[in-house]
Design a protein around this ligand. Structure first.
Ligand SMILES: NC(=O)c1ccc[n+]([C@@H]2O[C@H](COP(=O)([O-])OP(=O)(O)OC[C@H]3O[C@@H](n4cnc5c(N)ncnc54)[C@H](O)[C@@H]3O)[C@@H](O)[C@H]2O)c1
Length: 231
């Protein structure tokens, strides 16, 4: 059983709360924009085993630093803050902080990432294929392209020599209430090969975030789904 602080009580915060309680954990603090002073509360400082942060690109980095100052491990899924990732890695290395980040916590998506890398490796020698990434999300999503699309693009660029971020298109659509559809499309003159992940709801993301929080116990450093799932 862990004492969990939720930072950000929006769509993901609510979903994470449900699953945390189902798995027997306690939610000891919930911090959103209107109760920022709770970062200094006794509960947050003294009774938090891990903080799970799902807020927005502008707030995320400051929230991480507030947790680090209080020596609280962080599990975060907020996307769109990666320009500061080197500072977080430095904190983890030099000051033994614990930080878990995944652009997508769904186990299905992480299997999809593994297939994407494997497929890109195969495609390295088949120059007749071009490739693009497509992502569709609900209209309230703030960052474009999605963090998941960026991870897919990294998997392709690292494994296909003829591809770089400048010649790999990422098409983003913001429509309806979709929690996330990601598609990788290879096309030659004679055929099209498509691999796709379609999230039906947010439960898979929240479940993965709780697994990650459980994993951070007794761990330090910069952690990812590769450490957790060992794919
Ligand atoms: N990694 C994943 O698996 C995954 C999955 C879904 C969403 N996300 C990302 O998670 C983030 C949150 O998604 P959401 O759908 O819950 O968004 P949301 O807009 O529903 O909720 C965000 C919440 O954070 C709060 N917030 C903003 N600034 C804050 C601050 N400084 N301190 C505390 N709370 C603050 C907002 O008031 C809001 O309640 C987004 O960046 C989204 O892209 C990641």
């Amino acid at each position: 059983m862990m004492n969990i602080a939720l930072i950000g009580y929006g769509k993901m915060g609510h979903e994470i709360e449900k699953i945390a309680l189902e798995r027997g954990h306690c939610i000891t603090s919930i911090i959103d924009t209107k109760n920022q002073r709770d970062f200094n509360s006794d509960n947050f400082i003294h009774y938090t085993d891990v903080a799970i942060e799902f807020t927005c690109p502008k707030s995320a980095f400051n929230n991480y630093m507030k947790c680090f100052e209080r020596n609280i491990p962080v599990v975060t899924g907020t996307t769109g803050w990666l320009q500061n990732i080197w500072k977080i890695k430095k904190e983890c290395l030099e000051n033994k902080k614990t930080f878990f980040y995944a652009s997508n916590y769904s186990i299905g998506v992480n299997l999809f990432f593994a297939v994407n890398k494997f497929f890109a490796k195969l495609m390295n020698t088949f120059n007749q294929y071009d490739v693009l990434v497509e992502e569709v999300h609900h209209i309230k999503k703030l960052d474009t392209p999605s963090g998941t699309a960026i991870t897919l693009a990294e998997g392709i660029v690292k494994n296909i020599e003829r591809k770089s971020f400048s010649n790999l298109p990422i098409r983003s659509k913001r429509i309806g209430k979709f929690p996330g559809i990601h598609t990788v499309i290879y096309e030659s003159e004679s055929d099209i090969i498509t691999i796709r992940h379609n999230a039906k709801n947010r439960r898979g993301f929240a479940f993965g975030a709780i697994l990650a929080a459980e994993y951070t116990q007794k761990k330090t450093g910069f952690l990812s789904m590769d450490d957790l799932l060992k794919l």
